[in-house]
Design a protein around this ligand. Structure first.
Ligand SMILES: [Zn+2]
Length: 264
């Protein structure tokens, strides 16, 4: 039987946790069927690292930006450096960007300013955004609403069904991680069960959020199959069907479907 093609839409393979065995982990994931991966930058260094990985592997793409944790370090200089990366042919989106009121690593007013600034740039460049939002639903929605012509994905979606309905109506995709395999995932399951299947994507967010049965160990892109398997179960589909749906959704979301048809 042919292996299902998988797409890890959000991973941090540049993370130092992979310093000892990064290439092996990447090749193992790819050989196991993870056809495409998007490595996500969260600050200046990891944005450089994400693009470097995308340059090294033709099946890895990058998305770069300043995470709310690192918003305090965003300035004119980093913005002009980022601009080069945002215009890099393998950069697919701006992110991850957003608000995190759980950790509050950067002051909230700074988080908001940096988030808004990167949304403005997304609008200017016509790029999609990858949103991180934790304990900040109201302010995240307020800022997203300021940019009705920008869309993207809310990654590792963990909000309510009510908020999911608003986001889907605004044209945002929702992506899910290994969290859907956890015992306390009832809210996420309800959202996946409800949501239009064409707006659904899968990710690992590795090295974090390792799916069951590997919870507690390091996560990597090769485990995205466990997320897909759970999504299939919730939607009442086969694994193969869900693999194809999430793969095609991601391809279309990132505009990579056009690339392949253009080549023909
Ligand atoms: Zn992430």
């Amino acid at each position: 039987m042919k292996k299902s093609k998988l797409f890890d839409t959000h991973t941090h393979l540049h993370d130092e946790w992979f310093d000892e065995d990064r290439d092996q982990i990447i090749l193992d994931a790819h050989n196991s069927g993870v056809e495409l991966m998007v490595d996500i930058g969260t600050n200046m260094q990891s944005s450089y690292d994400a693009v470097a990985l995308a340059e090294k592997y033709d099946f890895i793409y990058a998305a770069v930006g300043f995470h709310p944790h690192d918003a305090i370090d965003y300035n004119e200089e980093t913005e002009s450096e980022l601009m080069k990366l945002w215009n890099h042919p393998k950069n697919l989106a701006i992110g991850e960007i957003g608000l995190d009121y759980y950790y509050d690593h950067s002051p909230r007013d700074v988080q908001q300013k940096v988030f808004i600034r990167q949304m403005e740039i997304a609008r200017q460049l016509g790029k999609k955004v990858i949103i991180h939002s934790r304990e900040a639903t109201e302010d995240t929605l307020k800022i997203l609403r300021m940019f009705p012509d920008v869309t993207g994905v809310v990654h590792c979606y963990s909000g309510s069904l009510e908020t999911a309905k608003i986001l889907i109506k605004m044209g945002y995709h929702l992506s899910f991680t290994g969290v859907v395999t956890y015992k306390n995932a009832a809210k996420s399951l309800e959202v996946v069960d409800w949501m239009p299947i064409d707006m659904l994507m899968a990710e690992t967010d590795s090295p974090y959020l390792t799916p069951v049965p590997f919870r507690g160990k390091r996560n990597d892109s090769g485990k995205v199959n466990l997320v897909v398997e759970k999504l299939a179960e919730i939607k009442g589909l086969t694994y193969e069907e869900m693999a194809k749906i999430t793969f095609d959704n991601a391809l279309k979301f990132f505009g990579l479907d056009k690339e392949t048809t253009d080549e023909k």
